[in-house]
Design a protein around this ligand. Structure first.
Ligand SMILES: [Ca+2]
Ligand SMILES: [Ca+2]
Ligand SMILES: [Ca+2]
Ligand SMILES: [Ca+2]
Length: 445
């Protein structure tokens, strides 16, 4: 779940990106590319985020430098658990589109995913914070379900590590996975790839400095709480002589499995087995469907089922529901390739129940000058994750999207040409269970 603080940061970024909204006002044939990669932590303080922002180190976390400068310089924080990827324009992107692999840890699992259309930024939250490792991010621009823009143009992803520049990924031809290397060694404030006494002393000398002090350094504030204190140098002491591992992350030579995702399912008949083909949901570049290893890693409500299993011969997911049971469960399946890389996808199952259709309510428009309007409203839906829904605003010359907060609030800044009028339909295309919302119409201009 995104915190309110995160949401506020998103709103701030949205305002900063006011000019970008104009750029996207009319869709173009340009291929989507990668604008920036940032790391962040749910444990970093607001003061620390503000420091990064005001010092040009990243508006929504720490933006990893691009180009030849220091893309692969070690990151020194000990609690990085989020990856933010910003695209050049609004895209269709899912949790399954990113693989994170390492040298020490072959595969990193994703706990949560969110996407802000307003800033074209996707956020993956990891199961656990990153520790010392060489890492690779791999974004799908090939295969069964690549990232596309709203016109269907596939991400132009190719990236030359420590050479390419943000805003210029790709080779001008649609497709090509984005494969980005970076390194983490908590406490390595000197980027020496080894934790020695020099690292410790460097941090020790800054103890007591906070984000308001001129000599404060974000890289020496190992836990990102906004203050360099004893626990920051003690992180080095506790891991003295720890080094960045040698060797490439698994993803350098092996493409992770990917998934087109499950369609939501409704089961009303408890007398028969219900079959879901995993071969049609998962795919791998190197391994055949039957070479992948499938596991059920979560079932939110086991009481709804007499049977939840994967048939080892067919690799079909088999469900049989309990008689007289009614409710919703989310069943997560993991597919792992022969190199140990995996992807997870979640099936939403309604057992003898009706999905609550999402509703858009209380929509208001406010003229804020400069031919711009703020459109605000609320979404209700009792049984799907409001944060994962996307609001569409569609008019004669307009196709814009915006996110929904965990409380159901949404806002969009719409800019028209001088003197233009626009009739805008506002709706959610899919609540996550396959249902579209009501459609609200507003007139502005
Ligand atoms: Ca390409
Ligand atoms: Ca600290
Ligand atoms: Ca593979
Ligand atoms: Ca719903």
């Amino acid at each position: 779940m995104k915190s309110l603080a995160n949401f506020t940061r998103g709103l701030r970024a949205k305002i900063i990106n006011h000019e970008r909204l104009e750029d996207r006002y009319v869709l173009s044939a340009a291929l989507p590319t990668i604008d920036s990669i940032a790391v962040a932590s749910e444990d970093w303080s607001t003061a620390f985020y503000d420091y990064l922002d005001t010092n040009g180190l990243g508006a929504n976390g720490y933006e990893i430098p691009d180009g030849s400068a220091s893309q692969e310089a070690t990151l020194s924080w000990n609690n990085i658990n989020q990856i933010h990827i910003t695209f050049s324009e609004d895209v269709h992107v899912q949790a399954e589109d990113l693989s994170i692999s390492g040298t020490n840890t072959t595969n990193y699992s994703i706990l949560d995913f969110s996407y802000f259309p307003e800033t074209a930024t996707a956020t993956w939250t990891l199961d656990s914070p990153l520790v010392a490792d060489r890492l690779m991010l791999d974004l799908d621009a090939d295969g069964t379900d690549p990232i596309t823009d709203l016109d269907g143009n596939i991400l132009d992803g190719e990236w030359v590590n420590s050479v390419s520049a943000y805003g210029a990924s790709g080779n001008g031809v649609a497709g090509g996975d984005f494969e980005f290397l970076f390194n983490v060694l908590p406490g390595d404030t000197l980027n020496s790839n080894i934790l020695d006494y020099n690292n410790m002393v460097t941090i020790y000398m800054l103890v007591g400095e906070d984000t308001q002090d001129a000599s404060y350094q974000a890289s020496s504030d190992v836990d990102g709480d906004g203050l360099v204190e004893n626990s920051d140098w003690q992180e080095v002491f506790a891991n003295l002589w720890n080094t960045l591992p040698a060797g490439d992350p698994e993803g350098v030579t092996n493409d992770a499995p990917t998934s087109i995702g499950f369609d939501p399912a409704e089961i009303d008949d408890d007398t028969i087995d219900h079959i879901f083909s995993l071969h049609s949901v998962f795919e791998d570049n190197e391994d055949s469907d039957s070479q992948l290893v499938y596991q059920i890693v979560n079932n939110e409500d086991p009481s709804l089922f007499d049977l939840v299993s994967i048939d080892s011969l067919s690799d079909n997911l088999v469900l049989n529901t309990t008689s007289n049971a009614s409710g919703r469960s989310e069943i997560t399946v993991r597919a792992t390739d022969q190199g140990g890389l995996s992807v997870e996808s979640t099936l939403i199952v309604d057992v003898d129940r009706q999905n609550d259709v999402p509703s858009i309510i209380n929509v208001t428009t406010t003229d804020v000058g400069l031919d711009s309007w703020i459109i605000e409203g609320w979404v209700t839906d009792s049984d799907n994750d409001l944060e994962s829904m996307i609001i569409n605003l569609v008019g004669g010359n307009l196709f814009q999207r915006t996110s929904v907060s965990s409380l159901g609030y949404f806002t969009a800044l719409v800019q028209l040409d001088p003197g233009e009028e626009e009739s805008i339909d506002i709706f959610i295309a899919d609540d996550g269970s396959g249902d579209q919302s009501n459609q609200v119409n507003v007139e502005i201009g």
